[in-house]
Ligand binder design. Structure first.
Ligand code: FAD
Length: 460
């Protein structure tokens, strides 16, 4: 293999999603002539733009899908290699790409993301949504469909059932309430009317990505290459309309291309099934012949320096599983924000190692925080927002105004440990502070959510 080795780079990053690109940016800014290579399977990279720190831990940003040349222009010392990594040889510190080239590395960071955890593989009637290609495939099927079954209860399923029009949607959910990954039954009840109501005619301007791709160049390879995961607003610019002209549900008698049987014994016919049941980390090309510790969820285990169990190999984003001792207020979720934070922190750790500088776990891993939108409502999640891992030692305070806001606070031992804020509550900063400073809130009791009290003044 040594003769075929094209070049050894100081840093090799695998994956052009948010985690990989942020890692590259961080490395190149800390070590300007760092000799960095980005190896990525997809034709485009994901770039974070308009980054805004909303509060101590909450952040918002736009994501743009761009040709990789944009990165090369910005960082002249960066080499972008378009090919998928086929195998990794940790002993010789080298990777082999699908087009047969071999590259050496001194430090490697694996940011290869994940792929949909499909109910059934290689069934043409079961689709997953991950990247631009699969979203377009979904759209192609949808425009001819009269009925689809959506399986899953996370963010993608939530968005799908809200966005799809002109097609009957059967939503198969194994939990007691919708949106179980993010919400409890109360929040689900708050959101359900939005599914039944008419959507606003003109959607609010989209602040984030527009997923447009160019047609492949003539003669370009049509073989499968895993692209970057989509993310917020992935459906913008994609008409999610089925074959029916009206929005209301219809029951069409007759035979269907595929039937799905649920565990409650019911069977439904449909045009196709969307499997939105989470992701599986893309680890396969890296495992063979190496000794990675792999977590139960299939991710590469990383420590508090984003290092895997193999020397000089780091990992970040959806492909990894955070195995350090977590702060009591943080948990890993395979989300856009965490992909950025991990990529950025992995870049810092790699640079610190080379520069022999000490580095401590970043503050962003102190408190879980996430801003998103569901059913057109702003949603802020903080800390142990669903009482994760708290057992019976938790108390919930809830305030809800139908169609306007839903505020839930999780209190444990008199301290606020989590919150769900749906709507324009304007409470995120105050609650973030209360969670971070772990103030004893026992004296305030239910007054904490009294709408007639300006809570900000209260705690000044
Ligand atoms: P990815 O973005 O998956 O990037 C992986 C990269 O690795 C890609 O460039 C791929 O081409 C490359 N690659 C893979 N294998 C190889 C290989 N062998 N060799 C070389 N390159 C390889 N998160 C949110 O926070 N909010 C949301 O609203 C939200 N909505 C989502 C909606 C959809 C439809 C999907 C699919 C995801 C959504 N997510 C959302 C999750 C979010 O998109 C991911 O957590 C995030 O993009 C992960 O980033 P990543 O860089 O780790 O991986």
């Amino acid at each position: 293999m040594a003769e075929r080795q094209e070049k050894t780079f100081k840093f090799v990053i695998v994956g052009g999603g948010i985690a990989g690109v942020t890692c590259v940016e961080q490395l190149t800014s800390q070590i300007p002539s760092g000799d960095v290579a980005l190896i990525t399977a997809g034709p485009h990279i994901k770039a974070v733009t308009n980054y805004k720190q909303v509060s101590k831990t909450l952040e918002e940003f736009d994501v743009e899908e761009k040709p990789s040349s944009v990165l090369e222009e910005k960082f002249p010392d960066l080499t972008v290699i378009h090919s998928a990594v086929k195998s990794l040889h940790t002993e010789t510190h080298s990777v082999e790409t699908a087009d047969g080239r071999v590259f050496g590395y001194e430090k490697l960071c694996i940011c290869s993301g994940g792929r949909p955890n499909l109910l059934m593989k290689e069934n043409p009637y079961v689709l997953g949504i991950r990247d631009t290609d699969s979203a377009q495939e979904f759209q192609k099927h949808l425009c001819k469909a009269k009925r689809i079954v959506v399986v899953g209860n996370g963010g993608i399923a939530l968005e799908l059932v809200y966005e799809v029009e002109g097609c009957e949607v059967i939503w198969a959910v194994k939990d007691k309430a919708i949106g179980n990954t993010f919400f409890d039954a109360g929040a689900a009840q708050f959101l359900i009317p939005s599914l039944e109501a008419d959507k606003p005619e003109v959607a609010a301007p989209c602040k984030r990505t527009r997923y447009t791709t160019e047609e492949p160049a003539p003669g370009a390879s049509q073989t499968f290459t895993p692209g970057s995961a989509l993310g917020p607003d992935w459906h913008e610019g994609i008409a999610l309309r089925g074959a029916q002209q009206v929005r209301q549900f219809v029951h069409v008698l007759g035979s269907w291309p595929v039937y799905i049987q649920l565990t409650n014994g019911k069977t439904f016919g449909c045009d196709f099934v969307v499997s939105a049941t989470g992701v599986v980390p893309n680890t396969e090309p890296f495992l063979h012949g190496n000794n990675f510790s792999v977590a139960n969820d299939g991710g590469l285990q990383v420590d508090d320096h984003m290092m895997t169990s193999e020397p000089d190999v780091y990992a970040a984003g959806d492909v990894c599983t955070a195995c350090w001792k977590h702060s009591p207020l943080w948990q890993q979720m395979r989300l856009w924000t965490q992909a950025r934070q991990m990529g950025w922190y992995a870049g810092r750790c790699m640079a610190a190692e080379v520069l022999s500088e000490p580095i401590e776990l970043d503050f962003c891993f102190e408190l879980f925080s996430h801003i998103t939108k569901f059913f057109n409502y702003k949603v802020v999640l903080l800390g142990k927002f669903n009482g994760q891992g708290l057992g019976p030692d938790q108390e919930l305070l809830v305030r809800c105004t139908k169609g306007q806001e839903y505020v839930k606070v999780v209190v444990s031992g008199g301290r606020m440990v989590g919150a769900v804020l749906i709507g324009e509550t304007d409470l995120e900063e105050t609650f973030e502070n209360l969670i971070l400073n772990q103030m004893d809130l026992t004296p305030y009791g239910e007054e904490l959510l009294n709408p007639n009290i300006d809570i900000e003044d209260y705690f000044d």
